[in-house]
Design a binder for this molecule. Sequence first.
Ligand SMILES: *Cc1c(COP(=O)(O)O)cnc(C)c1O
Length: 374
Amino acid sequence: MTILSAPHLWPASRAGATLTVDLKAIAKNYRFLRDRVGTAVCAAVVKADAYGLGAEQVAPILEREGAKEFFVAHVDEGIALRQIVSPETRITVLHGPRPGAAAECVYFGLRPVLNSLEQIDLWKREAAREGAVQEAVIQLDSGMSRFGLSWADVRKLSDDQTLLDGISLGLVMSHLACADVPASEANQIQHQRFRDMAALMPAAPLSLSASSGIFLGTDYHMDLVRPGAALYGIAPNAELPNPLQQVVSLHARVLQLRDVEVGDAVGYGLTYRPEKPRRIATVAVGYADGFSRHNSGTGCAWLGDIALPIVGRVSMDSLALDVSAVPESQLHADMYVDLIGPRRSVDDVATSAGTIGYEILTSLGGRYYREYVE
Ligand SMILES: *Cc1c(COP(=O)(O)O)cnc(C)c1O
């Protein structure tokens, strides 16, 4: 007997749901974004295992579309990605090196983002140790107070250029806090501050925008854009119809059907008490699969064109749907419903759970059967 040790190897026939990742849609989204930014370089952000979709499957598709620059958050993500992409493909590590990890960056050909004077010094010393100039990206804090050099740091660098000895500056970048709200004045303020700060740095290509920033206008494209979410089908902002292709669908298995009468209640806490008799389906997806408990009593699944409201609390391994609207002839245990599908996007699930599509994607669980469509 063969023992399957990795849950993702569960066959479709035994898994509680099938997660389908449409790699063609990712390719299309990349082409759309690249065409939109014209001459700017369109990099691809594949941190957090390509937002939960699988960097091993996603990165080669993006390379095939011509992506030559990838961004990850951690050095270890970079090391893993290095085994997947071609040696010429550039990998940039957003968090930069921790003390002790600079040599790994050099060894694995990872370009760090330097977010502080300490990281700049670390990289400078690594370059000296290697006896060769090392490329890096420097991030400036244009207003988000998260990563990057402050105004005071930038002044120190411009007063003393030897601080950058041994470092070749491949890119100067910053990140927008409110790019998903096109009308926010914070966007223009950050744009201006980034330009002002970058003017004090040695000349280098500039990058300010991730997915949402691409839709703020050509001023925001600069020399390189860093989309992640948009590649995976998440809407850049709530004002436009989403111009991107949906990438993910989630077909969940019905485990059991039951009738509940007036006076009965459904799920933990007995929070759902129907006012008329209902047909309830118990489905094999729960919060341990990343389908958050915040979906309790809100949102729906779909069977074709029929909406199936989520009722009661989401359990660890299951949730309940009101399937009363489905003709009896179409109902049976082992049938599948769409928790994410043509009628319900990742963004829709996020909205009803009070979060953002990013969190839905990066929480997708390890118990699904995963299917990649090419
Ligand atoms: C995650 C991240 C991105 C990608 O952001 P999306 O909104 O997913 O496009 C780009 N730049 C930085 C610095 C990031 O942290």
